[in-house]
Ligand binder design. Structure first.
Ligand code: GLN
Length: 317
């Protein structure tokens, strides 16, 4: 029996990235670090995607002091809401399946429709995770890239520091497992997560594959959730976190619940991308980061509403 080519590729990647003599693991000349973001490659090597024209263009002045300031305080508008948000997409090179990039695009669009400036930064696994973002996104991934991502993020410390200063985290599937206490490796062996959310994942008997529909915790005020799932992991929620939702169709965590959250850290098995299918969830995250949000013109919601209705109709009710 032959292994799938993707597994070989992932293992090669693992062998390459896990070597301790990689220069980017160390601080110092040549290392990348958190800091300024601008359009295109930034001084720290991060790519900035979809930056607002005029806000992060080539001519934008970027001072270390301004970039180091805590974003949540730094960008308050007259009404007390944030007028600018920094979105950080963590490790798209390792964690991005089933269109997870769409989550970044949806958050950016829904923020801009409300007049909030957005700086969206992609941070690959050979770069430092800046600690001064407002919303951090992690996507899904295959087992080996997921293990690598967990190791890198633990060593990096940037995401944990960001959560410590109140940043929002939205993590999907592999990303969800990675931000937990532990998850099951390739053979089910326990792998340490980041401990940012009180969940523990193992490996189930079967993959959960297909549509997933779940009713969100009423405390969140988010309509029924729809998404796509494909995971081996099963997840148990600890006492410091709450279930995001109760499953009405599909597998989710594997015990009738789906996803989990605590404070402003939220994880889910929903791909789709989740925030395209669930704009209410996108607004929950934006509201956590920016304060109360004005409504969006219903005409701008039409496409998303159609997608959502179509996906919900595809599932037996
Ligand atoms: N590798 C993880 C699992 O199988 C996550 C999969 C995913 O992100 N889709 O459980």
């Amino acid at each position: 029996m032959t292994e799938r080519p993707g597994r070989h590729a992932a293992r090669d990647l693992a062998d390459t990235l896990i070597r301790p003599d990689q220069p980017w693991l160390a601080d110092g000349p040549g290392a990348v670090g958190p800091g300024a973001v601008g359009e295109g490659p930034s001084p720290n090597g991060h790519a900035v995607v979809g930056a607002d024209p005029g806000s992060a263009g080539p001519g934008r002045e970027s001072t270390p002091a301004a970039d180091a300031a805590p974003a949540a305080e730094h960008h308050r508008g007259a009404a007390g809401n944030a007028s600018r948000l920094r979105l950080v997409w963590v490790y798209p090179d390792l964690l991005s399946t089933y269109g997870d990039r769409g989550n970044l695009l949806v958050l950016s669009r829904r923020a801009r429709l409300r007049g909030i400036e957005v700086e969206a930064t992609e941070v690959n696994a050979d770069q430092r995770v800046p600690a001064d973002g407002d919303i951090y996104l992690l996507g899904g991934g295959e087992d080996l890239p997921q293990i690598l991502a967990a190791e890198r993020l633990r060593n990096d410390g940037g995401l944990a520091a960001a959560v410590g200063r109140g940043a929002v985290v939205f993590a999907v599937c592999a990303g969800y497992q990675v931000i937990g206490q532990r998850f099951g490796g390739v053979e089910g062996e326990p792998v340490s997560g980041l401990g940012l959310l009180d969940i523990t994942s193992g490996r189930g008997e079967q993959r959960g594959v297909g549509e997933l529909v779940a009713d969100a915790d009423p405390a969140l005020g988010v309509p029924r959730l729809t998404g796509f799932e494909n995971h081996q992991g099963v997840t148990t929620i600890g006492p410091s976190a709450r279930a995001l939702a109760i499953v009405s169709y599909g597998v989710g965590n594997g015990d009738g619940t789906e996803g989990a959250y605590a404070g402003k850290v939220l994880g889910t098995y929903l791909h789709g991308p989740a925030l395209a299918r669930n704009p209410g969830l996108a607004d929950l995250l934006l509201g956590w980061a920016a304060g109360p949000l004005p409504p969006i013109d219903p005409a701008a919601e039409e496409w998303g509403a159609r997608l959502r209705a179509e996906r919900l109709r595809a599932v037996p009710q």
